[in-house]
Design a protein around this ligand. Structure first.
Ligand SMILES: [Zn+2]
Length: 108
């Protein structure tokens, strides 16, 4: 006796096969993979990158919207951009330190 794995239709609460995409009782589309979470929206992703930089990368890699090639491309861009921002930040910090040293301990 073959046992078919079932799930419950969210619309009519009837048992339907686990891998069914359409309910055989009420014809509703079930198990639709296009029902994405809010945090996979592009706007959320962009905001996350602007705020957290490379720390938002896991969000990118879990995103079902994007294909593998785009994920690699965006990852490289984010890493390069973050590195650039970091270098600029470190350089300006060094400049600030030099400036304040000059200010408080004049060498002339
Ligand atoms: Zn149904």
């Amino acid at each position: 006796m073959a046992e078919i794995k079932t799930k419950i239709c969210p619309y009519c609460a009837q048992p339907i096969p686990e891998d069914a995409t359409e309910c055989s009782h009420c014809n509703s589309i079930v198990g639709q993979k296009r029902h994405y979470k809010w945090y996979f929206k592009t706007s959320v992703l962009v905001t996350a990158f602007l705020c957290a930089g490379p720390f938002a990368l896991p969000l990118l890699w879990l995103n079902p919207h994007l294909n593998y090639r785009n994920k690699i491309l965006i990852s490289i861009l984010v890493v390069v951009f973050s590195w650039y921002v970091w270098v600029v930040f470190v350089n300006s910090a060094k400049l600030m330190v030099t400036y304040y040293q000059e200010l408080f301990h004049p060498s002339f």
